[in-house]
Design a protein around this ligand. Structure first.
Ligand code: NDP
Length: 419
């Protein structure tokens, strides 16, 4: 039996909270703490009565380390699951260290203000040395390794679907299917249709930053960077059909590149419809994706935050989104001296997710693994001092939990490869 504290109460958090409450044999107490406490209260109202988990709520600004440390110390959870925004990763890790609590998240750190000169100095150096220019990277959180080790605490980074499940798939392939893995292609296909000309499936600011950045992949341990959306492939996905997908930079490439250095090439592809791409290009060209504040009629406005206010709330897409997602990894390599290739993947139905927890499949495929990561940490199955990504533990209990908690997976031998 354990006590979990969750920070954030948006799209992903809502699914993670539903799943924690379904898993009340493990989680008997839950504190939902977020910036807008009314959202936490509404979810508590909806779920209590359907679960044995005792739910409490609190208002917190997770940028305020002192206030957060005080709240964690008062509640004394066994672990803290951060499903706020990547901007809060470091302050929440600091508070977990100060309060002596294990830390779990779903996305690596990126700064809210990319013009911050202190951050920019380190970023520019990293771009030059490593050769990829995404605003997010693991270096900031990997730097906490010694602190977590010395404190005897676990930090589990990136337990969403991608990153998260995709890295568990890599560890599973390595354990059960290959002697050596040569290439990994991570494919993220969303065949869902919400009927809007333009909307994002999770936090618009984070999503648009990720998608409009230059693409990159790893080859022989080195980053290769390409202009945004300049590598396009078509793939036929089970449950969805043929879709155009584009090579993007993605955070698990960095972790897999470090932890599985024998893999010769690691790429990430995501599907996009033409309407999404046209809108994004246009918004970018007119400056609406900028994070630099402008002065408008005496008021300071951050363009991308203003855009977020105009776009549909991702949480509201649930009832309208129809279709399926198909997310997985194609591995090629060798087993017993013979060439082998497999695709490990999950197919998830937007409407089924909505029926079960009131959210679309993007939030569902992230929130379920967030709960699973938290469960493995609090039950001690994935607990060791230090900072880890999901490819660094035994994948088997995680894979079993995916089947049990709503994200069943399949392994197909000899899939069509991506050229
Ligand atoms: P939302 O914007 O829907 O939710 C974010 C929540 O965090 C909101 O409840 C927000 O509060 C709260 N929050 C923001 N700032 C603070 C703060 N300073 N203090 C306390 N609470 C705060 O985001 P999503 O649910 O779409 O995404 C959540 C996380 O999941 C993100 O880190 C995202 O990158 C990650 N993600 C990971 C994926 C994966 O596969 N690994 C896929 C998709 C998302 P308020 O309600 O007041 O706005």
């Amino acid at each position: 039996m354990s006590k979990l504290m969750i920070i954030g109460c948006g799209g992903v958090a809502s699914v993670a909270i539903h799943k924690v409450c379904q898993n009340d044999g493990v989680f008997d107490e839950l504190l939902i703490a977020s910036r807008t406490v009314s959202k936490c209260d509404a979810l508590k109202e909806k779920l209590q009565g359907q679960t044995k988990t005792k739910i409490t709520t609190a208002q917190i600004d997770a940028d305020d380390v002192e206030a957060l440390t005080k709240l964690i110390k008062e509640y004394q959870p066994d672990a803290l699951l951060n499903v706020a925004l990547p901007y809060q990763d470091l302050t929440i890790m600091d508070a977990c260290l100060a309060a002596g609590v294990d830390y779990i998240d779903t996305a690596n750190f990126e700064p809210e203000d990319t013009e911050d000169p202190e951050w920019r100095k380190i970023y520019d150096k990293r771009c030059k040395e490593l050769g990829f220019s995404a605003y997010f990277d693991y270096s900031w959180q990997w730097a906490y390794e010694d602190k977590f080790k010395q404190a005897g605490l676990t930090a589990l980074l990136g337990t969403g679907f991608d990153p998260g499940v995709t890295s568990v798939f890599a560890a599973y392939a390595k354990k059960h299917y290959f002697d050596t893995i040569d290439t990994i292609d991570i494919l993220d296909c969303n065949g869902g249709d919400h009927g809007y000309a333009f909307a994002t499936n999770f936090n618009p600011e984070i999503n648009l930053r990720e998608v409009s950045a230059p693409g990159s992949y790893m080859e022989n341990g080195k980053w290769v960077e390409i202009p945004a959306m300049s590598i396009k492939r078509e793939y036929d996905f089970e449950g969805v059909g043929k879709k155009d997908m584009y090579l993007l930079h993605h955070e698990e490439i960095e972790a897999l590149g470090r932890n599985m250095p024998e893999v010769k090439r690691i790429r990430f592809f995501m599907t996009f419809g033409q309407s999404y791409l046209d809108h994004m290009r246009c918004l970018e060209n007119v400056g609406m994706l900028s994070t630099t504040p402008i002065n408008y009629n005496g008021q300071e406005i951050v363009p991308i935050q203003f855009l977020k206010a105009l776009l549909p709330d991702p949480a509201s897409l649930g009832p309208r989104t129809k279709g399926k997602t198909n997310i997985g990894c194609i591995f090629t390599g060798k087993k017993d001296g013979k060439e082998r290739s497999i695709y490990i993947y999950n197919v998830c139905d937007h409407q089924e997710c909505f029926k079960e927890v009131g959210s679309q499949a993007i939030s569902y495929t992230t929130g379920v693994p967030a709960m699973i990561g938290a469960m493995l940490v609090v039950t001690g199955q994935w607990k060791k001092p230090g900072v880890f990504t999901t490819d660094e533990f035994d994948p088997d209990p995680y894979m079993d939990a995916l089947n049990k908690w709503g994200l069943p997976w399949k392994v197909v031998e000899n899939p069509v490869l991506v050229d």
